[in-house]
Write a protein that binds this ligand. Structure first.
Ligand code: ADP
Ligand code: ZN
Ligand code: ZN
Length: 743
C-alpha cells in the first residue's frame, strides 16, 4: 500500500503531494487524515505530514513512513475541506489542516505538546453482592474497609484523594484493599472542565411567538428531512433570535446530532454562555482564546468523543471535530471577525455553507444589522429570510439625537462634548444612572505635529503617525508596537510648538474627569485590557461597582447587558466614515445601531451621536434605527459603483524589505493576469498600499474586480505561481478576496 502525503510546511513549493510506502505493520492504522512522520529530503530529522490519499500503486515512492500518530488524525471530510480551502484562499493545504488539529498538537516538538493530565480513580474490585457476602461472613472485618466499600457502592469512579478525605482512610489502607481485590485503581484522564465550579439554574424553553414559530418550524422541518438550507434571521436585539437558536439546537440534540454555534470572540461572555448552560447543562463545549491550550485540548477531545454535543466558539470553532453535524448557527453574522485576516484567509461563513451542504443540515445566520451581501442574497431568494419585528420582552427602542459638531464649533464649544451631551451626562449623574461614551480611538491624541514646520512624529518602521499615550508619556505605533519618548522640541526645526491633534480615549477620560470631578470613570480599550484585567473584569466592575461612566472603543459595543445604562454618547461618528473602503459606511451604520442598543434595555434610553456629517445617510438611518432604509440606499450605491455583492474585490498584496523586488514581482503578476484573455476582470496596475510601509516592510498591491469563479481562482493561482516569482523569496504575496480592510 502507498500513501500520498502533504508535508506540514508553509513553504509554497511544498504544497504538493509526495508518495510513501506504507509498511506492513501500519496498514491497519493508516487512513486518509492520519498524521505521519517521514524521512524527507536530506534532512536527518523526521518531517510530519498528513495522508490525503491511499493507493495500491506508485511510481515514485521509495521511502517508508516512519511513524503514525493515531491520536492526531483528522477526518477525511476535513482533508477534503482543506483541499478546497487551499485553492480558494491561496495557501498550502497544510496551513488549513493545522486549523483542524487538536489544539496544541500542531507543534512538531514533542515537549511542546499538550500532556493529558491523568489521575487515579477508584472502583470496586468485585461485584457489590460478592463484597456484601464477604462482609456478612466476616471475611471482611475492618471497619475502614467496610466504610470504603459501602461508599463506593454508590460512588464508583471517585478520584482517589477525594475518597481518602471523605472516608478518612490512608493510602496504605486502600493499597491493602487493592491487594485483596476489594477495590481497584484506574489511571484515567482528569477533567479540565472550564465549568467545574459553575452552578447554573435550569431554564425552560419559552413558548414561541408567531414570528418565531414561522422561522422555527421551517428550519426544524429541514432538520427532520435532513436537508441543507441557508437561513437568515433578521431581527433587532431582543427580538428572540437566541431563543430560536436554543430550540433548534434542542431539536438537533434530540435527534442525536451535534450543533456548532459561532459568535464574535468579544461577545463570547460568561453571560452569553450561561444562557446555553441553563438550557443544556454541561453538554456544552466552549472554545475561545482565553482557555489555556490544555483546556482547549480537553474540550476538543470531549467533542470528538461525543461527550459534548453543542460547541460554542469564535471563528475557528467551525473546525471543531463534531461527529454528526446537525446545524451551524452564526450569530451577529455581519461581524468582521468571521473572516480571517491571516493565512489561511478564510471566511467562516462561506465554509459553514460548504460544511452544512456536505452534512445535509441547515445553516442559520442571525443579525439585527445583516451584512449587505447576506441581505442581498436573502432578498434575491438565494437564502430564506425570516424577519422578527417585535422585541420579545417589549422593551422600548432608545431615542437617538444627532448633534452637528460644526455648529458646536460655531457656538464656540471647543470641548469634545457637545452642550447637549454635557447636559445629558449631568442628568444621568444626578439620577445615579450609568453612561457609556464610545470613541473609536485609543491613546491620548492621534498624532503629534510641529506647528512651525509641520513635522509629524512617525514610526521608524511604518509609514504611520505615532499616537501619544499619556499614562506612559510615550509615542506608540499601533501597527508594530514601536515606542519612543515624547519629544518636546521639534527634531526638524527645534521649535517648541509641539501640539497634539485628534482625540483618543485617554484624552476623553481626562476631560471627563476635569468636567465631572465627582464622577467615577473606567476605561476599556486594548491598553487597559490585559490577561490579568480582562475585558470581562472591566465590565463587571462597571456593572457591580456602579461606576458612573464607561469610556471605551469598539469593545464596549457588543452584546453586553447593562440594565442601568440609560445614556450612550458617540463622541465622533465620522472616524470610520471617511475610510477608503467600500464597507466603511456599512460598518459605521452597524456600529452606531449596536452602540445605541446598549442604552435603555429595560427603561427608555437616550443616545447622543456627535458628527461632522449629520446629513450622511448612515447617520440619519442609524438615528431612525432603520436597517431597511439603510439597506436600500447602500445597495443602490454598491450597484452603481460595482462593489460587492455585485462583484468581488481581489486584493493581491506584496510585501518585503526590498522595494525593487516588490516592484518587479508585482509587475510580473500584473502582466501574467493581464495576458490571459477573457479573464473578465477589471484589473488595476500595481501601486503602493495606503499604508505603504509596516514593520520595515514595503507594501504594494494589485486590485482586481470581478465575480469570482473557479476560473478566477485558477487565473490568480497561475499568476502567482511562477518560477521567477518564487525565486524572489523575500517578497511575500498574499491574496485576499473581499478583505476586511483595504489598508
Ligand atoms: P435576541 O437574540 O434577538 O437578542 P433573545 O432571544 O435574547 O433575543 O430574547 C430577548 C429576551 O426575550 C430574552 O430574555 C428571552 O429569554 C426573551 N424571550 C425570547 N423569546 C421569548 C418568548 N417567545 N416568550 C417569552 N420571552 C422570550
Ligand atoms: Zn518643526
Ligand atoms: Zn510601526
Amino acid at each position: 500500500m502507498f500513501a500520498e502525503l502533504i508535508i506540514n510546511s508553509n513553504v509554497k513549493t511544498l504544497n504538493k503531494t509526495f508518495d510513501y510506502i506504507v509498511p506492513e505493520s501500519m496498514q491497519n492504522d493508516i487512513r486518509v487524515g492520519s498524521r505521519v512522520f517521514v524521512p524527507f529530503g536530506n534532512g536527518k530529522k523526521l518531517e510530519d505530514g498528513f495522508v490525503i490519499n491511499l493507493k495500491d500503486e506508485s511510481e515514485f515512492a521509495n521511502k517508508e513512513i516512519a511513524k503514525v500518530e493515531i491520536k492526531d488524525s483528522i477526518s477525511e471530510e476535513n482533508i477534503e475541506l482543506a483541499r478546497l480551502m487551499s485553492r480558494k484562499y491561496f495557501c498550502n493545504i497544510s496551513d488549513c489542516i493545522r486549523l483542524m488539529l487538536p489544539p496544541g498538537t500542531a507543534s512538531k516538538v514533542a515537549s511542546n505538546r499538550i500532556k493529558e493530565k491523568t489521575g487515579t480513580f477508584v472502583y470496586l474490585g468485585k461485584s457489590i453482592d460478592e463484597l456484601e457476602m464477604l462482609i456478612d461472613t466476616k471475611q471482611i472485618k475492618s471497619e475502614k474497609h467496610i466504610k470504603v466499600i459501602r461508599f463506593l457502592s454508590t460512588n464508583e469512579g471517585i478520584y482517589k484523594s477525594n475518597l481518602e478525605s471523605i472516608c478518612e482512610v490512608s493510602n496504605a489502607v486502600l493499597q491493602t484493599m487493592v491487594k485483596h481485590n476489594y477495590i481497584k485503581f484506574k489511571e484515567e484522564q482528569m477533567e479540565r472542565n472550564p465549568f467545574m465550579h459553575k452552578a447554573y439554574t435550569r431554564d425552560e424553553a419559552k413558548k414561541l411567538t408567531k414570528e418565531q414559530k414561522v422561522c422555527f418550524d421551517s428550519i426544524a422541518s429541514d432538520i427532520d428531512k435532513g436537508e441543507f438550507s441557508e437561513n437568515l434571521i433578521y431581527g433587532i436585539t431582543g427580538s428572540g433570535k437566541t431563543e430560536i437558536y436554543l430550540q433548534l439546537i434542542d431539536k438537533v440534540l434530540k435527534s442525536g446530532k451535534d450543533s456548532i454555534v459561532l459568535v464574535p470572540e468579544i461577545s463570547l461572555t460568561p453571560q452569553m454562555v450561561d444562557r446555553f448552560l441553563a438550557r443544556f447543562g454541561d453538554t456544552i463545549a466552549v472554545l475561545h482564546s482565553r482557555l489555556s491550550n490544555g483546556e482547549r485540548f480537553d474540550e476538543w477531545k470531549k467533542i470528538r468523543n461525543g461527550d459534548k454535543k453543542i460547541v460554542i466558539g469564535a471563528r475557528s470553532a467551525i473546525f471543531a471535530p463534531v461527529n454528526n453535524l446537525g446545524i451551524i448557527i452564526i450569530d451577529e453574522e455581519h461581524d468582521i471577525s468571521y473572516k480571517s485576516d491571516t493565512t489561511p484567509r478564510y471566511s467562516a461563513k462561506d465554509l459553514a455553507g460548504f460544511i452544512c451542504k456536505n452534512n445535509n443540515c441547515p445553516l442559520v445566520l442571525g443579525s439585527a444589522t445583516p451584512d449587505i451581501i447576506t441581505m442581498y442574497k436573502a432578498k434575491s431568494g438565494k437564502i430564506n429570510l425570516y424577519t422578527l419585528t417585535k422585541r420579545a420582552n417589549e422593551a422600548k427602542l432608545p431615542s437617538v439625537e444627532i448633534i452637528d459638531l460644526r455648529q458646536e464649533l460655531a457656538m464656540g464649544n471647543r470641548s469634545m462634548l457637545s452642550f447637549k451631551l454635557q447636559d445629558e451626562i449631568e442628568k444621568n449623574l444626578k439620577d445615579k444612572k450609568q453612561t457609556i461614551l464610545y470613541l473609536n480611538r485609543r491613546g491620548y491624541s492621534t498624532f503629534v505635529m510641529c506647528r512651525d514646520c509641520g513635522y509629524v512624529a512617525k514610526c521608524k518602521n511604518c509609514n504611520i503617525s505615532l499616537t501619544y499615550h499619556m499614562t506612559e508619556n510615550k509615542l506608540k505605533c499601533h501597527y508594530c508596537g514601536y515606542e519612543e519618548k515624547l519629544v518636546n522640541i521639534c527634531p526638524e526645526c527645534s521649535s517648541k510648538k509641539i501640539k497634539y491633534f485628534g482625540t483618543g480615549t485617554q484624552k476623553l477620560e481626562k476631560e471627563i474627569n476635569k468636567l465631572y470631578p465627582e464622577a467615577s470613570t473606567i476605561r476599556m480599550d486594548i491598553d487597559t485590557v490585559s490577561k490579568k484585567n480582562s475585558h470581562e473584569d472591566i465590565l463587571n466592575t462597571f456593572k457591580n461597582d456602579g461606576i458612573d461612566i464607561l469610556i471605551g472603543t469598539q469593545m464596549v459595543v457588543k452584546g453586553h447587558h447593562f440594565p442601568s445604562v440609560t445614556l450612550v454618547g458617540v463622541i465622533s461618528a465620522d472616524s470610520s466614515l471617511n475610510l477608503d473602503d467600500y464597507r466603511a459606511v456599512e460598518r459605521t451604520f452597524q456600529t452606531l445601531v449596536q452602540v445605541a442598543g446598549r442604552s435603555g434595555r429595560e427603561e427608555a434610553g437616550r443616545v447622543v451621536i456627535q458628527t461632522y456629517n449629520p446629513d450622511h445617510y448612515a447617520i440619519i438611518d442609524s438615528q431612525k434605527q432603520d436597517y431597511d432604509l439603510f439597506y436600500n440606499q447602500e445597495i443602490e450605491l454598491r450597484k452603481q459603483l460595482n462593489y460587492p455583492p455585485f462583484c468581488d474585490i481581489i486584493l493581491v498584496s506584496f510585501s518585503g524589505e526590498n522595494l525593487k523586488n516588490i516592484q518587479k514581482v508585482s509587475d510580473l503578476v500584473y502582466r501574467r493576469i493581464n495576458a490571459i484573455e477573457n479573464n473578465n476582470m477589471r484589473l488595476y496596475k500595481p501601486v503602493p498600499s495606503p499604508i505603504d510601509k509596516i514593520k520595515n516592510k514595503y507594501r504594494w498591491r494589485i486590485i482586481a474586480k470581478c465575480k469570482v469563479t473557479t476560473k478566477t481562482l485558477d487565473i490568480i493561482n497561475f499568476a502567482i505561481n511562477d518560477e521567477r516569482i518564487q525565486k524572489c523569496k523575500d517578497v511575500r504575496i498574499t491574496v485576499d478576496i473581499n478583505p476586511n480592510t483595504m489598508n
